[in-house]
Design a binder for this molecule. Structure first.
Ligand code: SER
Length: 625
């Protein structure tokens, strides 16, 4: 197994030998940047230099940057997502016009010669162009890649949702002044078989786990203007980032990043604490992972997910704490609290002894201590803090259980959103634990009520620092994506229940709720609302696939795909179909995404309000629980 230390070293030396100054990693807590809670990419600390300030070490830089993305917390558990990761970066600030050629050739040399990745396993993607901003297709990168790979070249094109990079995501989401640009990614093909739950055909950006994005070269040369248009930045920049853990997995041809050295060390720590004898010199087979406390078995799949979550969350916790983030109820502190609480819940699922988590800090500190000395400097404190937080959480659970017992003895009528939320707020008793326990005892947990209270509270306490950028506290992304999919189902249901005259006239989706304006001449009756709500829930239960298809605008119109009046669409459009396994299409809409893969992920759908907007236009607000 090639080690992560070796790959990191090779990378930094490679770029150093080619004129890049190696700079240290910045802290996970950003300095002078109120827009985001955590450093989530290598470019973040370099923003002033990408905008034109001179960097003291010159215009070519490289490093390995500690990154944390809270927005990925729910994704952890598959073969490649983590909250914390190291991003190998390189930058050319104020580059010449041949910046693409230079960057892509260096990268090709690094990947194929320096670390020896097999050509035939690599695919690349380039920007397809974007009609609404007028930013052209990146023909140049495609030509360069074809030259580098020769007859092996596998070059794919994607639009703004995949091949455009800025801190805020797609061009539409960028605030004025924000730099961004088209990017070109490299994917490693593990050759595993395609999982059809993720779509009909596999392709580099498919989420089935066969392909893994390993690097991203951003050609940062645009800036959003006050009027929403895009102009060239005053300098051209290369902003490259590659996930170290993923590159190490590729270098070992290991289709799962949890097989690489660092995670194996943490997993070995978990197994030792559980008294499982294993050979830690080899990749530990997943069949060795515990299956829960006796009498309460979990499936193999759940066990693997739990182990990955624990390994990820504990590594992230150690790094965050080493940068001074300690558990609390606000902002960054809350994120660490959440990591430890989640890890505790999953440790319980595996049947680990209470108190195990703090012992997992040590393998992390030992593995990284030489390079990231802060992990060692705060060694004992970190372990103590983790132990304290786990213990605090267990006390909370215990206290909460007592209060919860009182709700139980009062019966179903005490399960109101207010009571439940009070229990959560005063004792930190987690919603999912409460819900599990209530349901085990045959009570219906009022989730709608709980969420309503939660939202009220959140609105009051939201601070400016809860950044809207990708690196920020963006748990929002998954919630918003789910509501986006629910939005499609809602339009489909309205058209089925009320008739084909219903078309979308406007929409707004936040992490908490969706809002849709649509054409309909009169107020909806209570039974119509109920029918619509039930139909959406039925489609959720049917677990329809959200299939994305690209086609010409004409084809999409002929197909009868819904489009929102007044919105501009390009010549090639993407259409999302909510489709059953038998191929029955419930909804089809012009849409750029993102969506969940299957509607089964949405939970339960509730209409909160129906009202008039103007003559002939109604508005529905709805949420998911
Ligand atoms: N900033 C880009 C990214 O995060 C490349 O480093 O992917």
């Amino acid at each position: 197994m090639v080690s992560s230390k070796e790959i990191r070293k090779k990378y930094l030396e490679f770029f150093k030998d080619r004129g890049h100054a190696v700079i240290p990693s910045a802290s996970l807590v950003p300095e002078n940047d109120p827009t985001t809670l955590f450093t989530g990419s290598g470019m973040q600390p370099l923003l002033p230099y990408l905008l034109g300030e001179k960097h003291p070490l010159g215009n070519k830089l490289a490093n390995s940057q500690k990154c944390f993305r809270a927005g990925d917390i729910e994704e952890v558990g598959d073969n490649r997502h983590t909250t914390f990761f190291e991003m190998l970066g390189n930058w050319s600030l104020g580059a010449d016009s041949n910046f693409k050629e230079e960057q892509l050739s260096l990268l090709f040399e690094f990947l194929t010669k320096e670390i020896g990745l097999d050509h035939s396993r690599l695919s690349v993607t380039v920007f397809a162009g974007d009609k609404s901003t007028g930013i052209p297709k990146d023909e140049e990168s495609a030509v360069i890649w074809k030259k580098l790979f020769g007859k092996d070249a596998k070059v794919f094109e994607y639009g703004v949702e995949k091949n455009w990079w800025s801190r805020a995501g797609a061009p539409d989401n960028m605030p004025a002044g924000e730099p961004g640009g088209p990017d070109s990614e490299v994917f490693y093909d593990f050759g595993t078989s395609h999982d059809s739950r993720f779509g009909k055909e596999c392709h580099p950006n498919c989420d089935c786990g066969r392909f893994m994005e390993i690097t991203n070269s951003v050609f940062m040369e645009y800036q959003k203007q006050d009027d929403g248009s895009f102009a060239k930045l005053k300098q051209r920049n290369v902003d490259f980032g590659g996930g170290l853990e993923r590159i190490v997995a590729a270098a070992n041809n290991a289709p799962n990043i949890y097989d690489i050295d660092i995670f194996q060390k943490v997993i070995s720590g978990v197994l030792s604490s559980a008294g499982v004898i294993h050979d830690s010199s080899e990749t530990i087979p997943e069949s060795n992972y515990p299956l829960g406390p006796i009498g309460n078995n979990i499936t193999r799949e759940e066990s693997v997910r739990a182990m990955r979550i624990i390994a990820d969350h504990m590594r992230a916790t150690v790094f965050l704490m080493a940068d001074g983030v300690i558990p609390s109820n606000a902002d960054r502190g809350y994120v660490v609290r959440r990591l430890i609480r989640r890890a505790t819940r999953f440790a319980d699922k595996l049947g680990l002894k209470p108190g195990t988590l703090s012992s997992l800090a040590l393998p992390v500190q030992e593995h990284y201590g030489e390079l990231y000395v802060e992990l060692k400097e705060h060694g004992g404190e970190i372990q103590e803090e983790i132990a304290k937080e786990e213990a605090r959480f267990r006390e909370t659970l215990e206290r909460g259980l007592k209060e919860f017992g009182a709700l139980i003895s009062l019966g179903q009528s005490s399960f109101t959103g207010k009571n439940e939320f009070n229990l959560y707020q005063s004792h930190g008793f987690p919603k999912d634990v409460m819900k599990d326990l209530a349901e085990e005892r045959g009570f219906v947990f009022d989730e709608v009520g709980f969420d309503r209270e939660f939202k009220k509270h959140q609105e009051l306490s939201r601070t400016a620092v809860a950044g809207r950028f990708q690196g920020g506290l963006a748990d929002h992304s998954l919630e918003t994506t789910k509501l986006h999919t629910a939005h499609h189902l809602l339009l489909g249901a309205l058209r089925k229940v009320l008739g084909e005259h219903v078309h979308q006239k406007g929409s707004n989706i936040t992490a908490e709720r969706l809002r849709m304006d649509f054409s309909h001449p009169k107020k909806l009756a209570a039974d119509e609302l109920k029918k619509v709500e039930n139909l959406v829930n039925e489609k959720i239960r049917e677990d329809l696939e959200m299939a994305r298809e690209e086609m010409s605008r004409e084809e999409a119109t002929q197909l009868g795909a819904e489009m929102e009046f007044g919105k501009k669409y390009g010549d090639t459009v993407s259409v999302y179909l909510a489709r059953s396994k038998e191929g029955n299409v419930f909804s089809k809409e012009f849409c750029g995404g993102p969506h969940v893969e299957n509607t089964g992920e949405l939970g339960s759908f509730r209409i909160l309000k129906e009202e008039a907007v103007s003559s002939g236009i109604r508005r529905i607000r709805a949420s998911l629980q």
